[in-house]
Design a protein around this ligand. Structure first.
Ligand code: FAD
Ligand code: NAP
Length: 535
C-alpha cells in the first residue's frame, strides 16, 4: 500500500458523469482524481460495443451542453449515433479539456471509508501499480446506473464450451458470427438492438425471449442537416427547454388525452409518431403514463404493428407484449427488429413457456429441447442503479456500511446524498430521475448541483455535509408515493430491481420528472441546503 496521496475529491467512473465532474471541480480550483475500471474513458460507450449499439435519444440532445463551443464544433453524423461515434465524442471531451492527466484507468475502487476524526474519505483502489489509498474531502460516485452487467446464474454455465458474450462487456476486437449457430438470451433494448445485426451474420440465430417488450422503429439515418443547423442556431434555448420538461428532452409530452381524443385523431397521432420514430410515441398523449385505459390504446397500436410486420402469426403472437403498460419498461428503439423474425435463419423461442433449464457443453436446454450453439450472447441486462455502488465497500460515519443501510432498498436524499455518509455524492443516484430521462441532462444537473454545493461549503468555511435522516425519509417516501401514482410499478422492471433474484423490490428512479426535480434541488440550495446538516 502506498503512502496515501491527498486530493480534494475522488471521482469514481469516467463516463459522461465522471468526465464532467472532473472538469467542473478543476474549474473551481479543486484537485481531483478519477478512478476508472476500464482501460479507456467513456463508461457505457466504452463497455457496450455490441453490434447495433446506439443511443435512443437523438444526437443533438444526447450530448453535453456545458460548453457552447463544444456543441457548435462537434458534428454528429447520424440521428441516433452508434457506439463508436459516442465513444469518439467522449474521447474528444477528455482530450479537449485535458482531463486524462487526472484519470487513472484500469483502476477499480474497492472500498471507501469515511475517517470521522480526519473528516476525510479513505479510498482504496487496485490498479496497475497495485493497491493504493487516496484521501479526499469529497467522494463522488459517478459509477453509472447501468454499469454492472449481469449473467444469470444458469445451471451448467461453466460446462458450456462455446463462446460466451455479454452485451455490456463486449470484446474490443469485435465478434464475427459468420457461419455460427448463435443464441441470444434477452430481448430488452440491448437484445433488440443486437439481434438484427447478429442475424445478418449468423448461420442461424435462436432468440430466447422470456418477456416481450414494446419496440418502436428508430427511423435512424444520416442526421438531417437542416434540423441540425436549426438546432445549432437555437442550441441555448433548446438546452434550457430540456432542463424543465419531464424527460430532459426539449419536447413536452403531448397535451391531449388519448382517451378523450376521437379514435381517428388518436390513430393519426400514433401513426405520425411511429413514422417519426423513437420513444416519443410513448409520450404523445398526456395520460399514457397514468391511465391504464389510455395506455392500452398505444399498447394495442404497437401490437397491431407487430402483426403487420411479422409474417408468421405464431411468432407475432409471442412477440406481442402483454404483461406491462407501454413505457413502464424503457421503450426499445430499434432498427429492423420485428422484421428480423421474417428471416429464415432466425427462430424465436418462448422461454416463458419453456424455461431455460441449463447450459450444456454444446448449448442450452429448455424444458422442451436442446439447442446446439457455437456462441451465446447474454443480453440479460444489469444490476441497475445500485449494483456499482454496492460493489464498493462504502462505509460512512461509525463504520456503517452502505450495503447494510440499503439492505431493504436504496435510501438517499434527492438521490444525491446519503444520511450517515458525509461528503459522499452520487451522480444520478437512486431517488433521482436518472434512467427515466435523457441522462445527459440529468448528469449535468447533478454535477452542477454537487459542484455548487462544494463551492458553498468552501466559501462558508464548512467542511462537512450530509442529509438529516428525516429529510432522507421524506424524500424516499415521496419517491415511492409519486411512483405509485403512475403505471410504473405494474411492470417487473429493473427500475424495481425485479431482474435480480433477491434484490429488494423498491422503485428506484424518481418519476416526478426532470423539471420538477430540478426545481426541488434548486429550492433546497436556495434555502441554504435545507435538509442537510452542514458543519
Ligand atoms: P457510465 O457511463 O456507466 O460510467 C460509469 C463508469 O464507472 C464505468 O465506466 C465503470 O467502469 C466505472 N466504475 C463503476 N464502478 C467502478 C469502480 N468500483 N471502480 C472504478 N470504476 C468504476 N441513456 C440515455 O439517456 N440515452 C440513451 O440513448 C442511452 N443509451 C444507453 C445504451 C446502453 C447500451 C446502455 C447500457 C445505457 C444507455 N443509456 C442511455 C444510459 C447510460 O448509461 C447513460 O446515458 C450515461 O452514459 C451514463 O453515464 P455515467 O457516466 O453516469 O455512467
Ligand atoms: P434489460 O432491459 O434488463 O433486458 C434484459 C433481458 O434479459 C430481458 O429480456 C430479460 O427478460 C432477459 N433475461 C434476464 N434474465 C433472464 C433469464 N434468467 N432467463 C431469460 N431471460 C432473461 O437489459 P438491457 O437490454 O441491457 O437494457 C438495460 C437498459 O439499458 C435499457 O432499459 C436502457 O435503459 C439501456 N439501454 C439503452 C439502449 C438504447 O437503445 N440506447 C440500448 C441498450 C440498453 P425479463 O424481461 O423476463 O426479465
Amino acid at each position: 500500500m502506498n503512502t496515501p496521496r491527498g486530493v480534494d475529491a475522488v471521482i469514481v467512473g469516467a463516463g459522461f458523469a465522471g468526465l464532467y465532474m472532473l472538469h467542473k471541480l478543476r474549474g473551481q480550483g479543486l484537485s481531483a482524481v478519477v478512478f476508472e475500471k476500464g482501460d479507456g474513458v467513456g463508461g457505457t460507450w466504452y463497455w457496450n460495443r455490441y453490434p447495433g449499439a446506439r443511443c435512443d435519444v437523438e444526437s443533438p440532445y444526447y450530448s453535453f451542453s456545458f460548453d457552447p463551443e463544444l456543441e457548435q464544433d462537434w458534428e454528429w453524423t447520424e440521428r441516433y449515433p452508434a457506439q463508436p461515434e459516442l465513444l469518439r465524442y467522449l474521447n474528444h471531451v477528455a482530450d479537449r479539456y485535458d482531463l486524462r492527466r487526472d484519470i487513472e484507468l484500469d483502476t477499480t475502487v474497492t472500498s471507501a471509508n469515511y475517517d470521522d476524526g480526519a473528516g476525510l474519505w479513505r479510498v482504496s483502489s487496485a490498479g496497475p501499480r497495485g493497491a493504493e489509498e487516496t484521501t479526499a474531502r469529497f467522494c463522488i460516485m459517478a459509477t453509472g446506473c447501468l454499469s454492472t452487467s449481469r449473467i444469470p446464474d444458469f445451471a451448467g454455465l461453466d460446462t458450456y464450451t462455446g463462446k460466451v458474450y455479454h452485451t455490456g462487456d463486449w470484446p474490443h476486437e469485435g465478434v464475427d458470427f459468420t457461419g455460427k449457430r448463435v443464441g441470444v438470451i434477452g430481448t430488452g433494448s440491448s437484445g433488440i438492438q443486437s439481434i438484427p445485426e447478429i442475424a445478418r451474420q449468423a448461420e442461424h440465430l435462436n432468440v430466447f425471449q422470456r418477456t416481450p417488450n414494446f419496440s418502436v422503429p428508430a427511423n435512424n439515418g444520416p442526421l438531417d442537416q437542416k434540423l441540425w443547423q436549426d438546432v445549432k442556431a437555437n442550441y441555448r434555448k433548446i438546452r434550457e427547454d430540456a432542463k424543465h420538461t419531464p424527460t430532459g428532452l426539449p419536447f413536452p409530452p403531448g397535451p391531449d388525452s388519448a382517451l378523450e381524443a376521437p379514435p381517428e385523431d388518436r390513430q393519426r397521432v400514433f401513426d405520425e409518431h411511429w413514422t417519426l420514430g423513437g420513444f416519443r410515441l410513448g409520450q404523445c398523449f398526456s395520460d399514457l403514463a397514468i391511465s391504464k385505459e389510455a395506455n392500452d390504446t398505444v399498447a394495442e397500436y404497437i401490437r397491431t404493428k407487430i402483426d403487420e410486420i411479422v409474417q408468421d402469426p405464431e411468432t407475432a403472437r409471442i412477440l406481442k407484449p402483454y404483461d406491462h403498460p407501454v413505457g413502464t419498461k424503457r421503450i426499445c428503439v430499434d432498427t429492423d427488429y420485428y422484421d428480423t423474425y421474417n428471416r429464415d435463419n432466425v427462430s424465436l423461442i418462448d422461454v416463458r413457456k419453456s424455461p431455460i433449464q441449463e447450459l450444456t457443453p454444446d448449448g442450452l436446454r429448455t424444458a422442451d429441447k436442446e439447442y446446439k450453439l457455437d456462441a451465446i450472447v447474454f443480453a440479460t441486462g444489469f444490476d441497475a442503479m445500485t449494483g456499482a455502488l454496492l460493489g464498493i465497500d462504502i462505509r460512512g460515519r461509525d463504520g456503517v456500511s452502505l450495503r447494510e443501510k440499503w439492505e431493504a432498498g436504496p435510501r438517499a436524499y434527492l438521490g444525491l446524498s446519503v444520511a450517515g455518509f458525509p461528503n459522499l455524492f452520487t451522480v444520478t443516484g437512486p431517488g433521482s430521475p436518472s434512467v427515466l430521462s435523457n441522462m445527459i441532462t440529468s448528469i449535468e444537473q447533478h454535477v452542477d448541483w454537487i459542484s455548487d454545493h462544494i463551492a458553498y461549503l468552501d466559501s462558508n468555511g464548512l467542511t462537512s455535509s450530509e442529509p438529516v435522516p428525516e429529510a432522507e425519509d421524506e424524500w424516499v417516501e415521496h419517491v415511492n408515493a409519486v411512483a405509485e401514482m403512475t403505471l410504473f410499478p405494474q411492470a417487473n422492471s429493473w427500475y424495481l430491481g425485479a431482474n435480480v433474484p433477491g434484490k429488494p423490490r423498491v422503485f428506484m428512479p424518481y418519476v416526478g420528472g426532470v423539471g420538477a426535480y430540478r426545481a426541488k434541488c434548486d429550492e433546497v440550495a436556495a434555502r441554504a441546503y435545507e435538509g442537510f446538516v452542514l458543519a
